[in-house]
Design a protein around this ligand. Sequence first.
Ligand code: UD1
Ligand code: UDP
Length: 384
Amino acid sequence: MPTVMPIFGTRPEAIKMAPIVAALQESDLFDCVVTVTGQHREMLDQVNDLFGIVPDHDLNILQQRQSLSAIMTRTIDGLDKLFTDNKPDAVIVQGDTTTSTAGAIAAFYHGIPVVHVEAGLRSGDLFSPFPEEANRKLTSQLASLHLAPTSVSKANLLAEGVNPKDVVVTGNTVIDALLTTVGKQIPFTDPRLEGLAEAGQQILLVTTHRRENQGGAMRGMGRALARIADSEPNLVIVLPVHKNPAVREAVLPALEGKTNVIVTEPLPYGEFTRMLSLAHVVLTDSGGVQEEAPSLGKPVLVMRENTERPEAVHAGTVALIGTDEDRIVKEVDRLLHDRAFYDSMAQAVNPYGDGLAATRTVAALASILGLGERIEEFAAPHSA
Ligand code: UD1
Ligand code: UDP
């Protein structure tokens, strides 16, 4: 039986790989050997705990304030040693993190076929998001099978000359993860959040972490949130703050003493999806949150200049607003006070998946290994 090795290291990769690990473990066609790099630690472990994933190998590479080169070299070095003793028949990498590109490079050097999940996303700007746009383009050069979440991402790959027979549109596994988690009404560990839920409080949910936003742009986000907190006393801003010290140093100082701002540690995925379903508006620079919130009918303001996820922008539930402090304040104000505009954005749409992406992923894998037929691809409905 062929051995397939999912390799992942950060929170979003774990969330998006978890449905694939479950589907591989259920399949009688493959042995599944899970390797984590440990690029993240607490934020990775909290996802693995939720989905019951116990890694077979853990490279444990995290360093505080790690450089991109350190993540790359420590991952390649760890995988090089691992593949020498344990050579899988295929590896699966997800998305655009440095773990994922390093995993593809190390596998390629060992002659191991690379399956790329969430392939073909492109912002069109090599430097934004940084380094993710470069990471995913590099991985596309090395992959044998490209699992595109949508027809837009498939078209990007074909435009770059990838052979159509090597591309399958699966939908995004984040929607599988969301649909199996969000309905569970998982209690909040933090009593302040449980209190908000009970009171039916209006919530602005905020996340930020992108490297290109750290420093000046992120300090501006902190000031924008402080101004919104002052002008909207009935609104509560919930900010589960990323573990990265550079994020905390930039965004938190302006929020000190604001009684309607709740800063928490990163929320476990079950709690975060519940908070998403309670939120009135979402303000973020996250990739995964841009995919999940539209599915729940939540308007999303994206604090970036561009996106590799245009589908929900076209559907009207996501708006790109950049990182300018005044613009953030203005756009949040408009969503809070222009009811017709709010309603036009608060439409549940599912351009990213239907909950079956992991099943299609495993079927596509079986197909390239000669163990099954080619499957029907995911086609996005116009609205949910
Ligand atoms: C990484 C990915 C990014 C992804 C993001 C998801 C790269 C280059 N970046 O960015 O694509 O969107 O994860 O969150 O692959 N830290 C901890 N504990 C944790 C996690 C992080 O202490 O569990 C701290 C460490 O000081 C670490 C720093 O955060 O050095 C940054 O982590 P890193 O993985 O380098 O970058 P992210 O910004 O998290
Ligand atoms: N998320 C979470 N807890 C949090 C914040 C986010 O579980 O406190 C989840 C969120 O639902 C999404 C994923 O983390 O699935 C997004 O991760 P992140 O924003 O760190 O990375 P990106 O998607 O931008 O790569």
